[in-house]
Ligand binder design. Structure first.
Ligand SMILES: [Zn+2]
Length: 380
């Protein structure tokens, strides 16, 4: 072998050695597959094969849909999106760098904290429960859209903290619901009748309005709720009641609802439609918001037939006035009468409170005629 041949051989060998990584690299490049990175707030969550992108998008849509499960069928869904910045970015990776869809699903469905629930105990008071669990007033109602303050009982489960998923879903919707408009009661004084007497000349009829709500939900719960518009579809018809003026019982105060000095009517009698779920609940009484401790007076003379704790009504009193008429006073803080006791108009039955399932001090006043609850607005 000549010196020259040997040199050529060595050079060829060096070139060949130098080429090996290049060949491997070329092989690697050729093995690379098209893929998508799933990026959340600029953080790479997973990488999937290009052909799995559609399935992954469906998975994301399904994930979002679970937060729409409780929304009224008639509501208009305007927008569904993630709170985080979510994107698919085209890439090329080695097959072994691809993540399986099961892993993608795990990441999408990951949660920071599970839903926290409590079980209603006998004698529990929603007012105290909200304080114990550091909830804002009304928040409990948002977390439990099916909550009917007058009808929840020990053993019922209440959400006190919503699920906290890693990927947050925002739903924007609009819903139109029919709501009642309370009527006013016009009193006609009659000096031929005693103060304990009253006569309904004309029954009031509640009006109706269509309320359009603009709602934003975060992970299935109401985040914001605004009234977009209101259209009166039926004007209320005021009730006319004749009241006696012979010997007056002075109750003074801001707004005299006959049975209590209240601030305002916080909830009307009749159907209530939840603006998000669209579900109907029936309110058998009239809620009058009033200061804690305010006196509650019996509607008219009668006999006390129930006085004490009564499920969701908390401390409550039921009075039988005869002739098929009964009145109930619920969520009291104190009771001043006993079962069997005869009461007269102007007698105190108790004091305003928020016992039972109540989210704030108010009187739940119920009028029962022949076993059926009727609109108390016709009676006060
Ligand atoms: Zn009520």
């Amino acid at each position: 072998m000549t010196k020259k041949t040997a040199l050529t051989l060595i050079i060829s060998l060096i070139i060949a050695l130098a080429l090996i990584p290049g060949v491997f690299m070329l092989a690697k490049v050729l093995r690379k597959v098209e893929a998508y990175d799933f990026i959340v707030n600029n953080e790479l969550w997973f990488t999937i094969a290009a052909e799995e992108k559609t399935t992954c998008e469906q998975m994301l849509a399904e994930y979002q849909q679970q937060y729409l499960a409780d929304v009224d069928q008639d509501a208009q869904i305007k927008n569904v999106y993630f709170l985080q910045k979510v994107e698919f970015r085209e890439t090329e990776v080695q097959p072994e760098e691809l993540d399986p869809l099961t892993y993608a699903q795990e990441r999408i469905y990951a949660i920071n904290e599970e839903t926290q629930r409590i079980e209603v105990q006998d004698g529990d008071n929603l007012w105290d429960l909200t304080k114990t669990h550091h909830l804002e007033l009304g928040e409990l109602e948002i977390l439990n859209p099916d909550l009917d303050p007058d009808k929840i009982y020990p053993g019922d489960s209440l959400v006190i903290k919503p699920v906290d998923p890693v990927l947050d879903v925002i739903v924007e919707l609009e819903n139109t619901v029919a709501e009642s408009i309370g009527f006013r009661v016009e009193y006609r004084k009659d000096n031929t009748m005693y103060t304990s007497q009253r006569k309904i000349i004309k029954e009031g009829i509640e009006g109706e309005k269509e309320v359009v709500y603009d709602i934003t939900m975060l992970n299935g719960y109401q985040h914001s709720l605004n009234v977009k518009s209101e259209t009166v579809t039926r004007q209320p018809v005021n009730a006319q009641v004749r009241i006696g003026t012979k010997t007056t019982v002075s109750r003074g105060g801001s707004a005299n609802y006959g049975v209590v000095n209240g601030k305002r009517i916080s909830s009307l009698f009749g159907n209530r439609i939840h603006p998000i779920t669209g579900r109907k609940t029936y309110h058998e009484g009239l809620d009058i918001a009033a200061n804690h401790g305010n006196s509650v007076y019996v509607y008219t003379s009668g006999t006390v037939v129930q006085a004490g704790w009564n499920g969701g009504y908390g401390l409550s009193v039921l009075v039988d006035h005869g002739g098929g008429l009964k009145t109930r006073y619920a969520h009291l803080s104190k009771i001043s009468v006993k079962v069997g006791q005869k009461v007269k108009t102007g007698n105190k039955v108790g004091a305003i409170g928020s016992t039972g399932n109540s989210t704030g001090p108010h009187l739940h006043f119920e009028v029962i005629r022949n076993g059926q609850p009727v609109n108390p607005l016709n009676y006060i």
